[in-house]
Design a protein around this ligand. Structure first.
Ligand code: FAD
Length: 465
């Protein structure tokens, strides 16, 4: 009898334990699936990673959803043991304070000044002129040399406040009489802004960018930056979900739903999208009003055609950096400054064409032009190639800084109008900087706005950004 009771008790205990365990597991799973995230960040490029670090360090629980893998346009590709950026990337030193704040001190070195500018000759040929010879030799006439010197001694003191709505083309037309000097200045503006649209570019933004001319080529490529940011995000407690493409954002603060393409929903109090302007618009249900959406739709993207190479040296090893003066072309040996390959004999070369803002170019012609430029600078280069790839229309930035929009202040802010709780960050957002600088500055600004909003509206005490 006693044995029977024991058996019954055991069976009952087992059944109860199973039921309790099942209930517990269900609750835990439900809690994970139905967790209310304080912030969901969409996109693990450098903007999304940076914003999520600030948010998590302020004590918020953050889910970062990335459709492929971390890095976005800042990712590098492993090619024959070399880390090759998606087209030529140089980190402007003005971004270092934000990177240091999130715990990153990038390793790398500044490139040397361009060896030469390549000018077109009247007979259709080309002439490569070492930079030093511009002022010493006879290529420029004395009044042109004077004009160039005057421009460079004055532009740093230019009153930028009056130039936001003036196009660079109009500004230079009033400053420089010599077409040759203008082409030299435009080549340097292309180098610092990555754009070839002086007719649209805000003069204030262009001159501001020219002033911040100190850059670094990063050891290990920009992937080292991405890896560092992802590591800091994980350490701060951010949950990073890769392979998670977002299909839809619904609701508004404090209850928003982010749904993946496979239908998985996540609930959040705030959402920060670092997808591009058009991609972000496409996620919104309901859509923004026509006027609200127009701000995003009218942004002018900046594109480049890129030829990336891993080579076993170059025929003229001292020629490391050359720009086209009249043609929007760029050549640089990034291995001359940064450590990019496990094999010390391999070098990473970037050749690039800055594409015009209006009208499409023919990718085949662009590729032929890049290879022709390379042949001009490094005759016999093709015998040195270990791997090469051509990226015909890389999106450098989602937004040119245009004079017609009022310069940097004309870019959209981080709070998305008409959708409380929804924010955006990226190289098309906020009034600070261009390219990666804009991506990081807007990430910090958006995170700050989210933290301040949660503190003010919900009386929650965060640890601040
Ligand atoms: C050829 C080239 C040269 C450049 N050179 C320089 C340079 O010299 N200096 C400089 O400062 N900058 C340079 N840049 C620009 C710089 O790379 C970008 O400004 C910066 O990487 C942008 O970061 P981001 O996070 O804003 O955007 P992105 O890198 O575009 O990141 C957005 C992320 O969101 C993800 N995503 C999009 N939609 C969804 C979705 N629906 N669901 C989930 N995830 C989604 C994407 O997969 C991506 O990872 C260059 C860019 C290019 C292409």
């Amino acid at each position: 009898m006693q044995k029977d009771n024991e058996a019954v008790n055991e069976a009952v205990n087992e059944a109860v334990n199973e039921a309790v365990n099942e209930a517990f597991n269900e609750t835990v799973n439900e809690a994970v699936n139905e967790a209310v995230w304080e912030v969901i960040v969409i996109g693990a490029g450098i903007a999304g990673l940076t914003a999520s670090i600030y948010l998590a360090r302020a004590g918020l629980n953050v889910l970062l959803l990335e459709k492929s893998h971390p890095g976005g346009r800042a990712a590098s590709t492993e090619m024959e043991g070399a880390s090759v950026n998606l087209g030529a990337h140089a980190l402007n030193r003005s971004v270092l304070p934000i990177l240091r704040e999130v715990g990153i001190t990038p390793a790398g070195a500044p490139p040397k000044l361009p060896n030469a500018l390549v000018f077109k000759e009247a007979d259709g040929g080309h002439r490569a002129l070492p930079l030093g010879q511009l002022l010493l030799g006879s290529f420029l006439k004395w009044h042109e040399k004077l004009e160039l010197i005057r421009f460079y001694s004055r532009f740093r003191r230019a009153d930028l406040a009056s130039l936001h709505t003036v196009s660079l083309q109009d500004y230079l037309a009033g400053q420089l009489a010599s077409p040759r000097v203008r082409s030299i200045v435009l080549a340097l503006v292309r180098l610092s802004t990555y754009s070839d649209a002086p007719e649209l570019l805000s003069a204030a933004a262009a001159l501001g960018q020219l002033k911040q001319d100190k850059v670094l080529y990063l050891d290990g490529g920009w992937q080292s930056l991405v890896n560092g940011l992802a590591e800091q995000a994980r350490q701060a407690g951010v949950t990073i979900r890769t392979g998670s493409p977002v299909r839809e954002i619904t609701g508004s603060a404090p209850v928003m739903t982010v749904t993946l393409k496979d239908g998985t929903p996540f609930t959040a109090r705030r959402v920060l999208s670092t997808a591009g302007p058009l991609e972000t618009l496409a996620l919104l249900n309901p859509a923004l009003s026509r006027e609200e959406a127009a701000v995003y739709q009218q942004l002018v993207p900046v594109r480049a055609a890129c030829l990336d190479l891993v080579v076993s040296g170059m025929p003229f090893p001292k020629v490391n950096f050359v720009l086209g003066a009249e043609e929007p072309l760029y050549y640089a040996n990034h291995s001359a400054a940064a450590s990019l390959s496990r094999n010390p004999a391999h070098q990473v070369i970037h050749v690039m064409k800055y594409l015009p803002a209006a009208g499409d170019t023919d990718p085949k012609q662009d590729e032929a032009e890049l290879k022709g430029f390379l042949e001009l600078i490094q005759p016999g280069w093709s015998r040195q190639v270990i791997r090469q790839r051509f990226l015909p229309r890389m999106l450098v930035s989602h937004s040119l800084v245009t004079a017609s929009a009022g310069g940097l202040a004309g870019r959209p802010g981080p709070a998305v109008p008409g959708r409380p709780g929804l924010y955006a960050a990226g190289d098309w957002v906020g009034a600070e900087g261009m390219l990666a600088n804009a991506a990081l500055a807007s990430a910090k600004e958006a995170a700050g706005s989210i933290i301040a909003g949660i503190e003010q509206l919900e009386g929650r005490n965060t640890r601040g950004a």
